[in-house]
Design a protein. Structure first.
Length: 146
């Protein structure tokens, strides 16, 4: 994000600011960890004791619908959120579960696929799953020890 304040960022995406929306968006803008809704809820609860999980989920749904954040469904149980909405892919380590941003060779994820005639991409997401360098090194050390 450039130098926009959180309130300006929300307004730029057509979102009316509220205390809760500002807090959730600000958290996502400051933490590039691809948090889940529960992570955000637990992080904000100490400073916002009246915050509910429902409010966090509803806010994340609104932010996603308005294009302020990306929703990353990784599997049946894990959905993460990313405030970095510019075109990029993700790498999910199947060993440790870490999720990393990775650049794309072409400017947009939808250019990674050849769409049939008449199809028009509105949004695309690319998540590559495999083994991160740290886990690969650990596995190599374990293999060498045996």
């Amino acid at each position: 994000m450039n130098d926009l304040s959180t309130i300006d960022y929300l307004a730029a995406h057509g979102i009316k600011p509220s205390v809760q929306r500002i807090a959730v968006m600000d958290y996502l803008l400051r933490h590039h960890t691809h948090p889940q809704a529960e992570d955000i809820y637990c992080a904000l609860l100490p400073s916002m004791p009246t915050l509910s999980r429902t409010t966090v989920y509803n806010t994340l749904r609104l932010l996603t619908e308005q294009g302020a954040v990306c929703q990353l469904p990784l599997d049946d149980r894990r959905v993460c959120y990313d405030a970095h909405v510019e075109a990029h892919a993700h790498f999910l380590c199947t060993r440790c579960g870490a999720l990393h941003d990775v650049p794309l060779r072409s400017p947009t994820p939808e250019e990674q696929a050849v769409l049939p005639q008449g199809y028009k991409a509105e949004r695309a997401s690319l998540c590559i799953k495999g083994c991160c360098p740290d886990c690969a090194a650990h596995e190599q050390q374990q293999h060498a020890a045996h």
